[in-house]
Design a protein around this ligand. Structure first.
Ligand code: NAD
Ligand code: MG
Length: 396
C-alpha cells in the first residue's frame, strides 16, 4: 500500500489523479490533499478520500474547511499556509507525491518532496524549468525517483531503454521529437490572434486543462516550457529536441535512436494515462481509458511549428539554449503576462512582447542556489509587471 500526497488536488491534474486512485483502493491510500482556496471542492475530496491531512494555503479558507469537516465528523487535520505544503510533501507516511500545483507557486513544495527522497510525479513543469540543474542535482543527492507526468515527457520516458531513470542521458538516442497539438489558433491571422479572448484561449481542442496551461498551449509557450523540461529530464541539449505539430494529439511524443529506429507512445488524449503510468511504474494499471480506435483516428498529420506566428515558442527554445537564468526569467515573465491576459488587461499577442522585453532586460546570469533563483524570479516579475503596465496604457 503506497501513501500518496497530491499537491494541487483541486486542479485538473489533481482531479484526474484522484479518479485513478479511486480505482485502486487496494494499492494506494491518500495521505494529504492540498489547494489554494477552493474550500468546496477540497471538502468534497476529503469526504470521498479521507486523507490524514488537508492543506489550504489561504488561512480563512483553512478555517472554513476545518469547521465544515468537523460538521461532517471527518478526522482530517487541516493545516494552513504555504509552509504546510512542504510539510505534507515530506511526511514519512507518504511514498508518492503528485506535484500538480500550477506555476512557480509549486516550486518549494515539489523540492521538499524531492529532498525527502519521494517518488515525485512531476506535472508542475514550471518548477523544473526554473531550477533545472539544481532540481536534477537534488533528485540525485536525495535518491528521489522522478516520473514525468506531462504527457509528452511521460511518452518519451516510456520509449526509453529498459531500466531508464529520469535524469540519465539515454544511451543511443539521437533526438527527442516533442509533439504539439498546435493549440486552438493554428493557422489564424495576426489580426485574429490580436483579438483573442481568455475564454477562446482556454477552449483547447484536445485537452481540458487549468486556465494557465491552456493559455500557454494557445501561445505555444507550453511547448517551449516542455523543451526546457525535456532538456533536464533526459539530459539532452535543446538542439536535440525537436517540436512537431501533430493536430490529432494521438502520438504523445517520439524517441529517435542512432540506428534510425523511432519509438512512439500513442493513446487517447487523457491525462489519466500518464498519471496511472507514473503511479504504477513499472507495472500497468487500469486508468478508465477507452481503447484507442485507430480506424476512427484514420490519419496522423505532422508539420513544423509556425514560430513566426507563435514567438513564445522561439523565445523559450532560445532560453533553453542560453541556460543559466534565462528559463526562469522566461517563466516569470510568462506567468505575469498570462495572469494579466486572463484578467482581461493585456492582449493575447502582448504575452510574447512582455516575455521578450523581460528577457532582454535581465542580464543572463548563473544561478547556483534556490535563493538566487527566487531573487531572480522576483526581479523578473517586477520588470515584466512594469512593461505589461506600459502596454496596457497604450491605445488598442
Ligand atoms: P489547475 O489550475 O487546474 O490547478 C492548479 C492547482 O494548484 C489547484 O489545486 C490550485 O488550488 C493549486 N494552486 C494554485 N495556486 C496555488 C498557490 N499559489 N499555492 C498553492 N496551490 C496553488 O492546473 P492544472 O491544469 O491541473 O495544472 C497543474 C500543473 O500541471 C501545471 O504546472 C501544468 O503545467 C501541469 N500540467 C497540466 C496538464 C493538464 O492536462 N491539466 C498537463 C500537463 C501538465
Ligand atoms: Mg504537455
Amino acid at each position: 500500500m503506497k501513501g500518496v500526497t497530491i499537491l494541487g488536488a483541486t486542479g485538473s491534474i489533481g482531479v484526474s489523479t484522484l479518479d485513478v486512485l479511486a480505482r485502486h483502493p487496494d494499492r494506494y491510500r491518500v495521505v494529504a490533499l492540498t489547494a489554494r482556496g477552493d474550500v468546496e471542492r477540497l471538502l468534497q475530496q476529503c469526504l470521498a478520500h479521507h486523507p490524514r491531512y488537508a492543506v489550504m494555503v489561504e488561512e480563512a479558507a483553512a478555517r472554513e474547511l476545518r469547521a465544515k469537516l468537523k460538521q461532517h465528523g471527518e478526522k482530517t487535520e487541516v493545516l494552513a499556509g504555504a509552509r504546510a505544503l512542504e510539510e505534507v510533501a515530506a511526511l514519512a507516511e507518504c511514498d508518492y507525491v503528485m506535484a500538480a500545483i500550477v506555476g512557480a507557486a509549486g516550486l518549494l513544495a515539489t523540492l521538499a518532496a524531492v529532498k525527502a527522497g519521494k517518488r515525485v510525479l512531476l506535472a508542475n513543469k514550471e518548477s523544473l524549468v526554473m531550477t533545472g540543474a539544481l532540481f536534477m542535482r537534488a533528485v540525485r543527492d536525495h535518491g528521489a525517483e522522478l516520473l514525468p507526468i506531462d504527457s509528452e515527457h511521460n511518452a518519451l520516458f516510456q520509449c526509453m531503454p529498459g531500466g531508464y531513470r529520469a535524469g540519465m542521458q539515454p544511451p543511443g538516442v539521437r533526438r527527442l521529437l516533442l509533439t504539439c497539438s498546435g493549440g486552438p489558433f493554428r493557422g489564424w491571422s495576426r489580426e485574429q490572434r490580436r483579438a483573442v479572448t481568455p475564454d477562446q484561449a482556454c477552449a483547447h481542442p484536445r485537452w481540458k486543462m487549468g486556465r494557465k496551461i491552456s493559455v500557454d498551449s494557445a501561445t505555444l509557450m507550453n511547448k517551449g516550457l516542455e523543451v526546457n523540461e525535456a532538456r533536464w529530464l533526459f539530459d539532452l541539449p535543446a538542439e536535440r529536441i525537436e517540436v512537431v505539430v501533430h493536430p490529432q494529439s494521438v502520438v504523445h511524443s517520439l524517441v529517435e535512436y542512432a540506428d534510425g529506429s523511432v519509438l512512439a507512445q500513442l493513446g487517447n488524449p487523457d491525462m489519466r494515462t500518464p498519471i496511472a503510468c507514473g503511479l504504477a511504474w513499472p507495472e500497468r494499471i487500469q486508468a478508465g481509458i477507452e481503447p484507442l480506435d485507430l480506424f476512427s483516428v484514420a490519419r496522423l498529420d505532422f508539420e513544423p511549428p509556425d514560430v513566426g506566428a507563435f514567438p513564445c515558442l522561439g523565445l523559450a527554445i532560445e532560453a533553453a539554449k542560453a541556460g543559466g537564468s534565462a528559463p526562469l526569467v522566461l517563466n516569470a515573465a510568462n506567468e505575469i503576462s498570462v495572469q494579466a491576459f486572463l484578467s482581461g488587461k493585456l492582449r493575447f499577442t502582448a504575452i510574447a512582447e512582455v516575455v521578450d522585453e523581460t528577457l532582454q532586460r535581465c542580464a543572463l546570469a548563473a544561478v547556483d542556489s534556490i535563493e538566487a533563483v527566487l531573487e531572480r524570479d522576483r526581479r523578473a516579475r517586477r520588470l515584466a509587471t512594469d512593461f505589461a503596465v506600459k502596454l496596457m496604457e497604450q491605445p488598442a
